[in-house]
Design a protein around this ligand. Structure first.
Ligand SMILES: [Zn+2]
Length: 105
């Protein structure tokens, strides 16, 4: 039987502020940087359709000197196999988790 590991992105909603901090450390990115990535993708994909790669994500990470290997690996593990999937699978869960922290702190 294969073990179905719960995707980390689904656990974010259960994390407290401190755990989210640790999570961001492990990602080597700021919360703001990731949110800018989502906004960047939203703008780019309005003009051009997704080509089933992480090309715009890669562009953004290169321009902002983010850790592309690490981040793209994390995105893919969480269902973000291409730019549109990042927006579809990751952005809503991310925003849910972090908006909740903003409100409670
Ligand atoms: Zn896509």
């Amino acid at each position: 039987m294969p073990i179905l590991r719960k995707r980390q992105i689904e656990n974010l909603a259960q994390m407290n502020g401190e755990e989210l901090e640790q999570f961001l450390d492990s990602l080597a990115a700021d919360k703001e940087e990731i949110e800018e990535l989502f906004e960047y993708l939203e703008k780019k994909l309005e003009r051009e359709p997704c080509n089933d790669t992480l090309r715009f994500s890669m562009q953004f990470m290169m321009e902002n000197r983010l850790n592309f290997p690490k981040l793209s690996n994390w995105l893919q593990q969480n269902g973000g196999y291409c730019d549109c999937k990042v927006l579809e699978q990751i952005a809503p869960e991310w925003r849910k988790a972090f908006d909740r922290i903003k409100k409670t702190s």
